[in-house]
Write a protein that binds this ligand. Structure first.
Ligand code: SF4
Length: 476
């Protein structure tokens, strides 16, 4: 579920326009299917948002849509389009507009202007064509009041399309805050969102309760970078969620180790509010690399945060970036260091340098050439210094060693509160299935989730989802 278009759609609805939401990934639509659906709706404007690995697919849709429906106006948005609009508009003359940055205000204003035939130069952050020229409107700045801009979940026609890998429950991607207070050099979130902001905890809790009661959602994945950044706001959110009494709701969220250490006395309330899956962005196991990338944390902080999370009855996952130094011995060393972390699960992904990040140039100088955007899925390594196949075989062996170690196995299966044990077991089997398919691809017909419901919770191309040893990589 890509939540961005639901925010933009909400702004369009508020401005009095009609919107149909089409999730091509969730519905597993071919371009032909997608065009048929567009034809049935006969829209004036098609807005397409896509993450980098799906950008080529998005542009194909725009080209075909323009050729089949010549009068339709085409609009692109999202992080990739924000930073790469010149490249996209250069490659795709059929794309008329790009909205850069947060799209809510611009979407409503653009649709109003198109309806009235008004000038476009006042629409914030809009890139538009003026004959052969590209006009770049000044950005509108970060949205101040997120309560006024909530996702239009009511446009989702079938919630059964959104079920998670772990237990098959109906799931939703939700967003409480935007932005991050850190500035890691490999990350673009702080650049895109600019400042950290949150909606009011009470508004967010109402939204969660509505999804729970009206749509049967039980699994909430927060699309936030650092939702706990402000202690007082986060504490109010926990109270607001607890007050809703949503007994079997499960929340998964990212967290910074430093926020977990700060909240060590509060972690029981995290669990009481329904937080079960805490994903810590450990990224590297070498403190030297953490310092180089401006991560503002040490491996020891992550190790302590893992323990505190587990003691509070939640699952602690860490994610690890491989290949930063383009060296195979670094991968081996990382796996060795992970033994001391004691996380319940480890997610791996390959270093994927985005052109708009601070570390892009230095990484590409090391890696050489980048593959086509279709492969920018965190599961394809750009560099030549690591034999990816061999490294992933090592990852599978690591995974088996790590998760079948007697202490971790018994702790996960038999200790801690029931919700933690239950989730641990569900994730364990998911990991076993994935690893078996990684080792023996012919088993995929038997073990791989085939239905579109599973693909729907996946931000990576489903063809690449079987990264060894990973339980959560690719879900967002
Ligand atoms: S803490 Fe996470 S979200 Fe924040 S800048 Fe670093 S990597 Fe990005």
């Amino acid at each position: 579920m890509n939540i961005g278009p639901l925010f933009a759609a909400s702004a369009a609805l508020k401005a009095g326009h009609q919107v149909t939401f089409l999730d091509c990934t969730a519905e597993d639509l071919s371009i032909e299917d997608c065009l048929d659906r567009i034809g049935r709706e006969s829209p004036d404007v098609i807005g397409v948002a896509a993450r980098t690995h799906l950008v080529n697919e998005a542009l194909r849709i725009v080209r075909h849509a323009r050729s089949r429906f010549p009068k339709v106006r085409t609009l692109l948005g999202g992080i990739h389009a924000t930073f790469m609009f010149r490249e996209m508009l250069g490659e795709c003359p059929e794309a008329d507009f790009v909205i850069t940055g947060e799209a809510e205000v611009a979407t409503g204003q653009l649709l109003d202007a198109l309806t009235k035939g008004a000038p476009l130069n006042g629409v914030p952050g809009l890139i538009w064509r003026d004959g052969a020229e590209l006009r770049v409107n000044p950005p509108g700045g970060p949205l101040k009041d997120l309560d006024q801009h909530r996702p239009a979940y009511e446009l989702i026609p079938n919630w059964d399309l959104y079920r998670n890998h772990i237990n098959g429950e109906r799931s939703a991607v939700v967003q409480f805050s935007r932005g991050c207070v850190q500035k890691c050099r490999y990350c673009s979130q702080w650049k895109f969102w600019d400042t950290w902001r949150a909606c009011s905890p009470e508004v967010f809790a109402d939204e969660i309760a509505l999804l729970y009661h009206e749509h049967g959602v039980r699994y909430f994945l927060m699309a936030d970078e650092s939702p706990q950044a402000e202690a007082e706001v986060w504490s109010r959110l926990l109270d607001a969620l607890i007050s809703k009494g949503l007994k079997d709701a499960v929340f998964g969220t990212c967290a910074r180790a430093k926020d977990i250490l700060r909240d060590r006395e509060l972690l029981a309330r995290y669990a009481q509010a329904g937080f079960r899956l805490m994903l810590l962005g450990a990224e590297f196991t070498a403190n030297k690399t953490l310092k180089t990338v401006n991560k503002e944390q040490r491996l020891e902080d992550t190790a302590l945060a893992v323990k505190l999370i587990q003691d509070a009855g939640m699952i602690a996952m860490v994610d690890i970036m491989l290949g930063w130094n383009n060296r195979e011995d670094e991968v081996v060393q990382t796996l060795e260091n992970l033994g001391g972390l004691s996380a319940d699960y480890v997610c791996f992904f390959w270093t994927t340098p985005y052109p708009w990040t601070d570390s892009y140039k230095e990484l590409m100088a090391e890696f050489g050439t980048a593959p086509a955007y279709d492969n920018w899925n965190f599961m394809t390594f750009f560099g030549k210094g690591v034999d990816q196949k061999r490294a992933e075989r090592e990852l599978v062996k690591f995974y088996v060693r790590y998760h079948f170690s007697p202490s971790r196995f018994f702790k996960g299966w038999f200790s801690g509160p029931l919700p933690r044990r239950k989730l641990y077991r569900q994730m364990f089997w998911l990991g076993v299935r994935r690893s078996l398919v990684q080792l023996y691809p012919w088993l995929s017909a038997l073990l791989a989730p085939k239905n579109s419901r599973v693909k729907a919770m996946h931000y990576c191309d489903p063809r690449h989802r079987w990264l060894a040893g990973s339980n959560m990589a690719g879900e967002s």
